[in-house]
Structures are given as structure tokens and as C-alpha cells.
Design a protein around this ligand. Structure first.
Ligand code: NAP
Length: 571
């Protein structure tokens, strides 16, 4: 009776190390781990102990007898990965990644900039050492990065990883300084002067551009911004995408494109029980959109969406999913092609909302007079590039215009530079070797400065991929500490707090965040939702201030609280 990994797999490999018989693969030491779309349990060797179920932070592993109708397909997917015997015999237990031990007992004070998954995994690895103190900073008053502001609201189980984040936050030696923008409120140099080391976990917050005419017309938006909008990110509250008109087009067919497409045509009542932002839910209730076309310039076998996400989409019974641009039956066999053959809606209902997966079609121009009226596209054909070995799309025509009221580009994220921190403008990341930051690509190391997550390796992988990524960087940091390679700080935690206070840039610390999170959960409880996310920074300030008055802080008021008091808008 095997266990089965299902769609929500976050890839953090906790299950791998919990498994007593090494039946979950690929393991982090195996070459295909970096590119795997999920992890897979071998049904032949699973001993049904359930240890993996307890270890999984997102509830993605289920006994095969408890699979819902839509999860049954993952039984085959897990088994298919293990159909061929491994090329080399596997050890009886997955090798645990090497961990560097801090030789001298601390105190070692580390600032982690960015409170998303990569930053929190880095904090967790650091706090496994005695005497380490970690302060996690973020420009927003709320932590958890893309788990809060990126994961689609109809993927609530993925957000279960928040429970792991709460455990990390609860550890001794952990604190937050949220609402502090490094590079503006405090410089990199100041941060470095007050810590033994600084770890950047700033992700990839900007979008890549298409470089086609009309890209900046009103109504041509980035998927990144729309994701932030429906997730209540304070920066995008006023985005108000135009949802009047019957069709939206999303350019690119990665997992982000599928997320946005689904959310735009999901029945709002289905979203109403999630933590979708209230302003987005109201807008979606008034939406006329009936169809979202997801444009892939290559074919289904080359599509950037992963199998788990494709299978999840095809399992939706409230949407039709159709394919255009290719004849599925004429394509060579491939798991994604087969999944589409099996799962697309063969007889779509014109009355139902639909997602069109259109392949072999590339964008040419966003068309419209005052605002978006459509997207000019062209047919493509595939050819093998002998230099890169990659299958690429070649424009063959003809062109046509897809009428649409909104065009979203979803062609990948990119990191943005932080004042004072090295940046590689070609690769859009912080230049580094194994997480140690370099002055420039190929240049010298910057002592005491490190990077994790998308800012380190580019925008790829899943939430859990950041666990092994962060471990690698933390090992480098600890090795440097042991070798005496970290610069000596000139100030301590209290000095930095004083500096921030003098500038009027106090912080939301861990206690203040807990109060804010409890408030959001309570609002959610009243509405039968996991939480109601606040997206107005002023309102967050009032909640923090009310909590401070109810339970005076031991140390000092928060920045947001002082902002609320000075603006005379107390709770
Ligand atoms: P992505 O997976 O890199 O997909 C980018 C897409 O944009 C590809 O389809 C790519 O096509 C296309 N593209 C790039 N340049 C283009 C151009 N000039 N014209 C037309 N198409 C173009 O990026 P993403 O969707 O933003 O995802 C980022 C990462 O987050 C991925 O690792 C993803 O798996 C992860 N993620 C995971 C989940 C989840 O697990 N549920 C959810 C969201 C994101 P080509 O392939 O032809 O280059």
C-alpha cells in the first residue's frame, strides 16, 4: 500500500530524509534533483510507514487508498518515475547533505535580507548552530515573500508551508525587522557594519520584458503584478486590471501563466473561501472574462508548465481546457502530450469559462489605440539549435490578431539591484560562487556577504528548492566564520535599532508580526477563510499599535506603530 506524492509537492526533500528505505527520488545529491518537477515515491519499495507524510510541510503525500479522484493520476506519475531500475544501485538511506558546524560557540550575528522562503530557510539552517542570532529584514511589514504574495489563492495547501515558517520564527535567536528597506532606510554598509555577515534573499521581484511594440499600452500588464494584486501585495492594490471584455491573453506558458489564467476564470465563489485579496475578489465578481488564452511559442512537449500543475489544471471540473495550434494526435509521444490527449475537454461548452492552451504561437505586437485591443501573433515551427542543443521556435507565419481586453506577459522574473550590493546586469542576479558574493562576475569575494534563492541562482524551482540552496550558502558562511574570514562588526543589534529609530524607521518585529498575523487569522475565522490579508500599510500600522497598547512591548514600539500615532490614526 504505497504512499504517493501529489500536486502540492514543494520539493524541499524533507520526506527524502524521513524515509527509512530511500524510496523517494530524486534525492538532493542526485543530478536530476535540480530539474525535477516534483519528487516521486517508488511504489515497489515504499514500506507504508507514513514517516514522509509527517515530514512533508505542505501535506502533499497521501496513502494511495486516500487519494481523491483527481489525485489518482499521481499514482501513475510516481510509479512511472521508478519504472526503470536506477543506473547505479542506491544506498539504503539517502545521504544527508554535509552540514558545516560552527567551531567557536557564537555569538554570531547574521542579517538576512528578505523574509521569503529562501531567507527563512537560511535563518533555519543558521539557527541550528549554537549561539547564532538571526535578524530577518524585509521592505514589507509582512514576511513570507511569494508564499504570501505569489502562490495562487486556489493553491491553499501550498501555503501550509506557513506552519513551517512559524516554527522557524519561534526559534530562540530569531527576530524580524520588517518594514525596513535595505538600500534606502539602512544602507548595505550600515547593515554589514552591525553584523558578522549579511545574507541577501531578495528574490526576483521584477518581470522580464517581451521587447515588442505596444508592450506599454494601458491594459498590457505583467503576470507578476497581477499575481501580487490578487494576493493583496500593498504595491499592487491599485492595479485594477481591466476584466471587461471576453478574452485575456497570457504570453508564456510557465506555472505562473497557468496560475494567473486559472485565477482569472475561476468561479469567484470558489475563491471566496481562500485568502484572495478582497479587492481582487470584488473585481473578479464583476469580470466578464470567459476565456484566457495561454500562449506558448513552442509545443506541448517543450511547455514550461510542470506536469503536476498541468494535471491539476486538467482535473478542474469547473473549467474547460482546450488546445489550439497543434494536433495532439499527430505529435510524438511525450508525457505532457499524453496528459493533454487524456485530459483536455473534447467537447467544450460555449457557456463555460475556458482556458485555451495555444502552442507554436509567438507574440508580435500588442495592438490597440488608447489601450489594449488585442495581440498580434505569428505561427512558429520547431527546430533543433545545434549550438545549444535546445529545441527553439522559429517564426514561420502567418500572423493574426487575437482580440483581447488584457494582455499579460508571463515570461519569467528577474532580480533587481540593491544599492551597495554587487549585481550582474546580464544574468540579473547577485554574482556569487556557492552563495559567496563576488564584487563582479569572475571578480573577488566580498567578505561577509552571501546570497540565497532566486537572487543567487535565477528564478527557477519551487518553494522547497530553496532549502538545499540556502543550506549550501549557510555552509559557506559557517566555513568562513570557522576560518576567521568574516569581518568584525563595529556595532551591535541595539546600535542598529537606535540608528533606525533616529531615522524614524522603526520596525515590525516578531511580536508585532505575530499580532498582525493573529488579527488576519481572526478576520478569516469570522468569514470561514484561512485569513483575510491586510494590504494597506496604514491599516497594518493600526493593528500593530492596538496590539502594542493591549500588551506593551518589552523593548520598544514598532515603526509602523509610531507612524500610525504620528498620523493621528490610532486604532
Ligand atoms: P518560466 O517557467 O521560466 O516560464 C517562462 C515562459 O515564458 C516560458 O513558456 C517561455 O517560453 C516563455 N517566454 C520567455 N520569453 C518569451 C518570449 N520572448 N516570447 C514568448 N514566450 C517567452 O517562468 P515562470 O512561469 O515565471 O516560473 C518561474 C519559476 O517559478 C518556475 O521554476 C516555476 O516552476 C516556478 N513556479 C512554480 C509554481 C508551482 O509549483 N505551482 C507556481 C509558480 C511558479 P520558452 O520555454 O519557449 O522559453
Amino acid at each position: 500500500m504505497p504512499h504517493v506524492v501529489t500536486q502540492a509537492c514543494c520539493g524541499d526533500a524533507s520526506c527524502v530524509f524521513a524515509c527509512p528505505v530511500n524510496c523517494i527520488h530524486p534525492t538532493p545529491d542526485e543530478p536530476d534533483f535540480a530539474t525535477a518537477e516534483m519528487l516521486y515515491i517508488d511504489p515497489a519499495s515504499c514500506v507504508d510507514c507514513g514517516a514522509c507524510v509527517k515530514a512533508c510541510p505542505v501535506g502533499a503525500i497521501k496513502p494511495h487508498t486516500r487519494l481523491g479522484e483527481h489525485d489518482l493520476v499521481f499514482l501513475d506519475l510516481n510509479a512511472a518515475f521508478h519504472a526503470e531500475p536506477p543506473a547505479t544501485p542506491r544506498p539504503s538511506q539517502a545521504p544527508v547533505p554535509p552540514v558545516v558546524r560552527l567551531q567557536e560557540r557564537g555569538p554570531l550575528r547574521v542579517a538576512v535580507v528578505g523574509a521569503g522562503p529562501a531567507g527563512l530557510y537560511a535563518a533555519d539552517e543558521l539557527l541550528k548552530q549554537d549561539g547564532v542570532e538571526v535578524t530577518v529584514l524585509d521592505r514589507l511589514p509582512t514576511p513570507h515573500g511569494l508564499v504570501r504574495a505569489g502562490v495562487a489563492p486556489d493553491h491553499q495547501t501550498t501555503k501550509d508551508i506557513g506552519a513551517l515558517f512559524r516554527q522557524i520564527e519561534d526559534q530562540r535567536g530569531f527576530d524580524y525587522r520588517l518594514g525596513v528597506r535595505v538600500g534606502t532606510d539602512v544602507s548595505h554598509e550600515e547593515l554589514a557594519a552591525h553584523h558578522d555577515a549579511v545574507v541577501y534573499a531578495t528574490g526576483a521581484s521584477a518581470d522580464r520584458r517581451l521587447g515588442i511594440p505596444g508592450e506599454d499600452l494601458p491594459g498590457s500588464l505583467t503576470a507578476t503584478d497581477v499575481v501580487a494584486w490578487y494576493n493583496g501585495h500593498p504595491d499592487q492594490v491599485d492595479l485594477r486590471p481591466r476584466l471587461q471584455g471576453r478574452r485575456a491573453v497570457v504570453v508564456g506558458n510557465g506555472n505562473v501563466a497557468l496560475d494567473v489564467a486559472r485565477v482569472l476564470v475561476t468561479d469567484p465563489d470558489r475563491l471566496a473561501v481562500t485568502d484572495v485579496a478582497d479587492h481582487a475578489l470584488a473585481a473578479l465578481r464583476g469580470s466578464d472574462l470567459r476565456e484566457v488564452v495561454v500562449l506558448g511559442r513552442r509545443g506541448p512537449a517543450e511547455a514550461a508548465f510542470t506536469m503536476p500543475e498541468l494535471l491539476g489544471l486538467l482535473a478542474r471540473d469547473d473549467l474547460d481546457v482546450v488546445v489550439e495550434g497543434v494536433d495532439l494526435d499527430a505529435l510524438p509521444d511525450h508525457p505532457k502530450v499524453q496528459a493533454l490527449r487524456d485530459g483536455v475537454t473534447r467537447d467544450p461548452d460555449p457557456g463555460r469559462r475556458r482556458i485555451v492552451l495555444r502552442f507554436l504561437t509567438a507574440p508580435v505586437e500588442v495592438v490597440g489605440d488608447q489601450r489594449v485591443e488585442g495581440l498580434r501573433v505569428t505561427r512558429t515551427a520547431l527546430r533543433d539549435d545545434p549550438v545549444t542543443g535546445r529545441t527553439v521556435a522559429e517564426v514561420v507565419g502567418p500572423e493574426e490578431v487575437l482580440e483581447a481586453s488584457v494582455v499579460l506577459r508571463s515570461v519569467g522574473y528577474r532580480s533587481v539591484p540593491i544599492e551597495g550590493v554587487p549585481f550582474d546586469p546580464d544574468r540579473h542576479l547577485v554574482p556569487n560562487v556557492d552563495g559567496r558574493v563576488l564584487e563582479a562576475p569572475g571578480g573577488d569575494l566580498v567578505p561577509g556577504v552571501y546570497v540565497v534563492g532566486w537572487a543567487k541562482r535565477g528564478p527557477s524551482g519551487f518553494i522547497g528548492t530553496n532549502k538545499s540552496c540556502s543550506l549550501g550558502t549557510v555552509n559557506a558562511l559557517l566555513a568562513d566564520a570557522n576560518a576567521g574570514r568574516l569581518p568584525t562588526p563595529t556595532g551591535g543589534a541595539a546600535d542598529l535599532d537606535r540608528l533606525l529609530r533616529e531615522r524614524g524607521t522603526g520596525v515590525v518585529d516578531r511580536d508585532a508580526w505575530r499580532a498582525l498575523a493573529a488579527h488576519e487569522r481572526e478576520l478569516g475565522r469570522q468569514q470561514g477563510r484561512p485569513r483575510v490579508k491586510l494590504s494597506d500599510v496604514g491599516e497594518m500600522a493600526r493593528v500593530v499599535e492596538a496590539a502594542r497598547l493591549a500588551s506593551p512591548p518589552r523593548r520598544r514600539p514598532s515603526r509602523l506603530a509610531s507612524r500610525a500615532r504620528t498620523s493621528g490614526r490610532g486604532a
